[in-house]
Design a protein around this ligand. Structure first.
Ligand SMILES: *Cc1c(COP(=O)(O)O)cnc(C)c1O
Length: 451
């Protein structure tokens, strides 16, 4: 039998996170305060974030120790397997080897607990009793409620209305882990009530749900806010994925030629890619590829500019690829990829030419996702089908060129709560949609003028 999984022992689990800010060819531009339009100070961020996370956010220290209490919880499902997709390779008739890092094995079903656990830990340590957060497709709300429950703090989740209706069992999961949840826009906050007054049937957006959660957290001293993607410390917590993968490739004496991840806010991609980018900057011959949906083409069609992180101008203004914070995305099924911005670190490495970006339409993604389910057995999250499609395209290029190639992609999560999306796909109800340039141009008129 050929080995399918490369496992690491708990003892060999990485004990440090990697901070790419230490090695960026161009340093990050500073974030600005949405009200004062001045550079944000750590004290201002402390209204909604604990000091230890702010320190991680703003530091260029290369390695950060993972606290033992955090490792102890991560070890419930980590290290995750590195798997070889033999059956997928065979179905494609490709000479390429396809490996994937299986982040779907976490209790919440995605990579997101890699950061919700440390975020809950640091908040608890600094005396915080409650977390307010948003969730798009429901993965982050699940991950945060799992983590807050483990550390004995409360959690309130604002879930984008369209996903709340599409994925009712995410709500059940969040309730099971002891958190409360509201569909966003909600009547709980000023930001939510304002949108509901304009449009009672608003499907909501991630930008709006963020506004609700930030408003909630800013209004209560015992409550902090937590974000599941985009921020530097979130991307750093995810690097445990790539650090494990480096160790696993070393164990089998191989090296990937291309590393692939899907990008919504950029965190799972950062997680698998940043450790390989460090090696690339040190001379490793490896391509790094980010895949986004054509319906929300933040990197390939947006601009690299300062923009608000949310609709209501409550989150900091950051330098990133953006479609404009007024972006109301179409109700596509890869809900976790519907964000107008991109992680500043991911945007930076794209700008510096270290990472290629590609936009793919959803029918191609679902086609490859279904092929993956039928060959490898795992039903992928709609978000993850973008990474799978990227890997399939690379494998088909290898076939055309008759060349061997080793491909690694991150399977960011499973799709067990997203079956309505698969139903829609099988019923022929999904259509390809490319976000029009005119709408991008219109939204870009509203960018803040700072920096
Ligand atoms: C949230 C999510 C994503 C997108 O978020 P990133 O920050 O870009 O990783 C991708 N896949 C899954 C399964 C998710 O839950």
């Amino acid at each position: 039998m050929k080995p399918v999984k490369t496992l690491l022992s708990e003892q060999d689990m990485p004990k440090q996170w990697y901070n790419i800010q230490a090695d960026l060819p161009t340093p990050l531009a500073p974030p600005y305060h949405p009200a004062t339009m001045q550079i944000v100070t750590p004290e201002q961020m402390n209204v909604i974030f604990p000091m230890s996370l702010i320190e991680q956010e703003m530091s260029d220290k290369r390695w950060w120790e993972i606290p033992d209490e955090v490792l102890q919880i991560l070890a419930l499902w980590r290290p995750t397997p590195l798997q070889r997709a033999y059956n997928l390779e065979k179905a494609l008739g490709t000479p390429a080897k396809i490996y994937f890092k299986n982040e779907s094995v976490s209790p919440a079903g995605s990579h997101k607990p890699n950061t919700s656990v440390p975020q809950a830990y640091y908040n608890k340590k600094e005396g915080i009793k409650r977390i307010a957060t948003e969730t798009g497709a429901g993965q982050w709300g699940s991950a945060m409620s799992l983590a807050t429950n483990m550390f004995g703090i409360e959690c309130t989740v604002y879930m984008v209305r369209v996903s709340y209706d599409q994925k009712p069992y995410r709500k059940s999961m969040i309730n099971t882990w002891g958190a409360e949840i509201f569909a966003s826009p909600s009547t709980q906050t000023e930001s939510g009530r304002k949108i509901l007054a304009e449009d009672p049937d608003s499907p909501g957006s991630l930008g709006l749900a963020i506004s609700e959660a930030v408003e909630d957290a800013a209004g209560r001293a015992d409550t902090n806010y937590a974000l599941g993607s985009v921020l530097n410390h979130v991307c750093m917590h995810q690097t445990i994925i790539g650090e494990e993968a480096l160790r696993q490739f070393k164990a089998i004496g191989e090296k990937p030629d291309v590393v692939i991840g899907c990008i919504g806010g950029g965190s799972n991609f950062a997680g698998i890619a940043f450790p390989f980018l460090r090696e690339k900057m040190a001379g490793m011959d490896v391509r790094v590829l980010a895949i986004e949906p054509a319906s929300c083409p933040t990197v390939t069609k947006g601009v690299y500019a300062y923009d608000y992180g949310d609709m209501a101008h409550m989150a900091p203004i950051v330098m990133m690829h953006t479609l404009g914070h007024t972006f109301m995305p179409p109700s596509i099924h890869a809900g976790g990829l519907r964000y107008h911005g991109m992680a500043p670190t991911v945007s930076r490495v794209v700008e510096d030419g270290l990472v290629e970006a590609r936009a793919i339409t959803q029918l191609e993604c679902f086609e490859s996702g279904v092929l993956f389910a039928r060959t490898e057995g795992i039903i992928p999250a709609p978000e993850s089908t973008h990474a799978i499609r990227g890997a399939v395209e690379e494998a088909l290029i290898a076939k055309e060129e008759g060349k061997e190639k080793t491909i690694l992609f991150n399977l960011s999560g499973h799709g067990h709560f997203d079956m309505s999306s698969y139903d829609a796909y099988f019923a022929g109800k999904l259509h390809n949609y490319r976000y029009p340039q005119e709408l991008v141009d219109e939204a870009l008129k509203h960018l803040p003028k700072v920096g």
